[in-house]
Write a protein that binds this ligand. Structure first.
Ligand code: PLP
Length: 420
């Protein structure tokens, strides 16, 4: 018997068909080229500054040079408060460096409860929920509150975290013209009566430093049966008789349903929160994905936040000083002839509006070389076509520092043609 039939067959494989790889990163080529072109002009990359040493809330070493900090949101200067620092050190010693878990599982330590108590006391409310950042507080609250078939109505100049909260949820999104009470009213009037509605506002808008006409807007929202959330990230600590925010200053505490805030500005650490008097507020913990599916803040962070918030409640002197600083910088810049984001000092943010990116970068660089750090902001963070240098004041800035800042602005403004 021939064994030919048993000869092993030659195995033939078709060569695999390899689809050409589509590089998902190639869509970023235009922005990479734009950034490179900017750096090729010889300027420092405004978005890659390194604080080599931080000496105080208002001074750091950048590129080996002593620099005045005028772009940090450290409004109340709490980052170097001795009690705040001690609370963080004690918590590190007692509880270790992290929680390793969600608030819903093993991630609630004594000081998470403490900081929520401190917030209830500060805002005089029944409910407080802490998130890992202010970004996540907006993401979580907006996407959880407004569900399918319901509406979020937001200001066109809202912070990215508010927009992202809208995108993460399933609700219908309606935008109104920045700070226009009339447009808010018109757009609410066009919506069907039945579905739930959430109007989202900000006390202070962080790019130009302008404030919202909250009293009128909240009244309009209530006429249309909407609930209101106000993000008071840039007003906590110094706006209103108790430092609660613009909504307190304008007397609408009874009608704002949810307040969003952050620990990364006046509180001087990191974290975010929502406070409310709603009787069912605690249910948010059971349903809000950005609260549940992430690790909680480290014990040292919540301990510093709790101490800072308790001190902020009584920080009347700092509050006065911060407003004094805002007034003197605003009037000084105005007298020099700069175009500013607001007619008067509405907040602790003072924005200088420039012609274009070239002028903004040149001026920013001159200031940095002279020992002053401010934020350079451009679209998409700013409204279309707006290039600005943004100053945020601290209660700890001294009159001598502000005088120096004005001298530097005058020299840089003349050199770049921003002022005559
Ligand atoms: C208005 C507003 N909301 C929320 C946030 C986010 O805060 P956080 O830095 O805690 O994420 C910011 C941050 O700049 C902000 O300006």
């Amino acid at each position: 018997m021939s064994d030919a039939g048993l000869a092993p067959e030659k195995l033939v494989f078709d060569p695999p068909v390899v689809a050409p790889e589509r590089d998902l990163m190639s869509k970023f080529d235009p922005i990479i080229a734009e950034r490179q072109a900017l750096i090729d002009t010889g300027v420092t990359d405004p978005f890659a500054i390194v604080m080599e040493h931080v000496k105080s809330p208002t001074e750091a070493v950048i590129a080996g040079r002593d620099t005045i900090l005028l772009g940090t949101y450290n409004y109340m200067g709490m980052t170097f408060d001795p009690d705040v620092i001690q609370a963080g050190k004690d918590a590190l010693d007692q509880y270790g460096s992290g929680t390793n878990g969600s608030r819903m599982l093993n991630g609630t330590f004594r000081d998470h409860i403490e900081v929520e108590d401190a917030l209830r006391d500060f805002y005089n409310v029944s409910g407080a929920i802490v998130f890992s950042t202010g970004y996540m507080a907006n993401l979580g609250m907006i996407s959880t509150l407004a569900g399918k078939g319901e509406y979020v109505i937001l200001d066109a100049d809202s912070h990215a975290s508010i927009y992202d909260g809208c995108q993460q949820g399933n609700s219908e999104i309606v935008r109104f013209r920045h700070n226009s009470v009339e447009d808010l009213d018109k757009r609410l009037g066009r919506l069907p009566k039945e579905p739930g509605k959430l109007v989202v506002l900000e006390g202070v808008y962080s790019m130009l430093g302008d404030i919202a006409p909250l009293k009128e807007m909240v009244a309009v929202a209530k006429q249309h049966g909407a609930m209101v959330l106000s993000d008071e990230a840039h007003s906590m600590g110094f706006y209103g008789p108790n430092g609660r925010g613009v909504y307190e200053e304008q007397g609408c505490e009874a009608d704002v349903d949810f307040i969003i805030g952050t620990f990364s500005k006046s509180v001087g650490t990191v974290g975010g929160f929502c406070v409310s008097n709603h009787p069912k507020f605690e249910a948010i913990r059971l349903v809000c994905r950005p609260y549940i599916f992430t690790a909680s803040l480290p014990p040292s962070v919540v301990a510093t936040a709790a101490t800072s918030i308790r001190k902020l409640k009584h920080a009347h002197g700092k509050r006065r000083q911060l407003w004094e600083n805002a007034r003197s910088l605003h009037s000084g810049l105005k007298a020099l002839g700069f175009k500013l984001g607001t007619e008067k000092p509405d907040s602790a943010i003072i924005a200088i509006i420039l012609d274009d990116q070239t002028q903004a970068v040149a001026m920013w660089q001159l200031l940095l070389d002279g020992g002053l750090y401010v934020n350079m902001a451009r679209p998409p963070a700013t409204p279309a076509g707006t290039y600005l240098l943004r100053c945020s004041l601290c209660a700890e800035h001294t009159p001598a520092q502000i005088a120096r800042v004005l001298q530097m602005f005058e020299a840089a403004g003349r050199a770049t043609g921003a002022i005559g």
